[in-house]
Design a protein. Structure first.
Length: 338
């Protein structure tokens, strides 16, 4: 589509010694001291375009994106009920995915032409087709994403740490800088607790301003099917203090509960949020007053198979989930205008 780069705009990376580059480019590298080593040399934009999430397995054999035949019903969690008027969210509105994609694509395409070196020992942890492959230890680790804790740890140490490193490179930030600590995500379960909760929360905090920048609500795909995710992200109203009273409604129980979680995690803390079941991602923000939330429909993530090294090319929205996440975090940080 017009405005979106074609595949030819992203030539393949080349492998050659870093020492062959001009000295004035050395400081742009992930590991500028290792100029004599061999590595995959590419640009940050090319890496982001090719990067994909590992196609993790449960119990060493079952792709985590395949839902069980019978999903365990979510508990009603009466402890999540609140006095009427506590949760002020009244409406969820769908963000146009093409507007979202165009804006994210524009941000990525306007990034500086940073040369980077991608290696297994480096700080860019996400595999990328023809640039960075999974090693045996990573394949073994990603084959055992058996529970929510495993999924959260994987997201923190692989995806989110890589996004932080990309921002550090873009902004020429020292790892020792206090601002770098504000790029890290930590578990924030206490923002919305419930008995036998099927979700958990990762939060990025701005240390300097003592505020939350963005919250990621994570629900494993074996607890949140794509159909349920789409129902959650669909436009709707929340009449009559619905999110406070939490009436028993099997058809919308998951949607109601997730919107209550999003509200509690973000209200008067930070306007930007992401909801994911790992295979799909939705990007959202609250309007002034917190009574309206704008959210994209779930966007499919590109996946790299653990053994075959093949890439599952997700439906093309003009921008990948990883590029979208970088863009959304930069918006939430105030690093770029809305």
């Amino acid at each position: 589509m017009d405005g979106f780069p074609q595949d030819a705009a992203f030539p393949g990376p080349q492998r050659f010694p870093l020492s062959s580059l001009p000295e004035d480019l050395h400081e742009a590298f992930d590991d500028p001291g290792a100029i004599e080593g061999q590595g995959t040399i590419t640009t940050l934009r090319q890496y982001l375009r090719a990067a994909a999430l590992p196609a993790c397995l449960r119990f060493g054999q079952r792709p985590i994106g395949i839902c069980p035949m019978f999903l365990t019903p979510w508990p009603e969690n009466p402890e999540m009920k609140r006095p009427l008027g506590t949760r002020v969210l009244q409406k969820a509105v769908t963000l146009d995915k093409w507007d979202f994609s165009r804006n994210a694509r524009r941000y990525i395409d306007e990034l500086p032409e940073l040369m980077i070196r991608v290696a297994h020992s480096g700080s860019l942890k996400i595999p990328a087709d023809a640039i960075a492959e999974l090693d045996k230890d990573e394949v073994e680790r990603y084959s055992r994403i058996d529970g929510l804790d495993d999924l959260l740890e994987m997201l923190q140490t692989t995806l989110l740490s890589t996004i932080a490193e990309c921002i550090r490179l873009i902004e020429r930030m020292q790892r020792s800088a206090s601002l770098y600590d504000s790029l890290k995500f930590a578990r924030a379960t206490s923002l919305c607790t419930a008995h036998h909760a099927r979700w958990d929360i990762l939060a990025m905090r701005d240390v300097a301003f003592d505020r939350m920048t963005l919250a990621i609500i994570v629900v494993p795909p074996w607890e949140l099917s794509l159909n349920a995710f789409r129902r959650f992200a669909a436009p709707r109203d929340f009449p009559g203090n619905l999110l406070d009273s939490m009436p028993s409604n099997p058809a919308d129980l998951i949607s109601d509960k997730l919107w209550a979680v999003v509200h509690d995690a973000c209200h008067e803390r930070g306007r930007y949020f992401v909801v994911t079941n790992y295979t799909h991602w939705a990007f959202g923000r609250f309007a002034q007053g917190w009574n309206v939330a704008h959210i994209t429909e779930p966007i499919e993530a590109r996946m790299i198979e653990l053994e075959s090294k093949g890439v599952n090319y997700a439906a093309d929205n003009g921008v990948t989930v990883i590029e979208s996440l970088l863009y959304w975090i930069q918006l939430a940080r105030g690093a770029i205008p809305l």
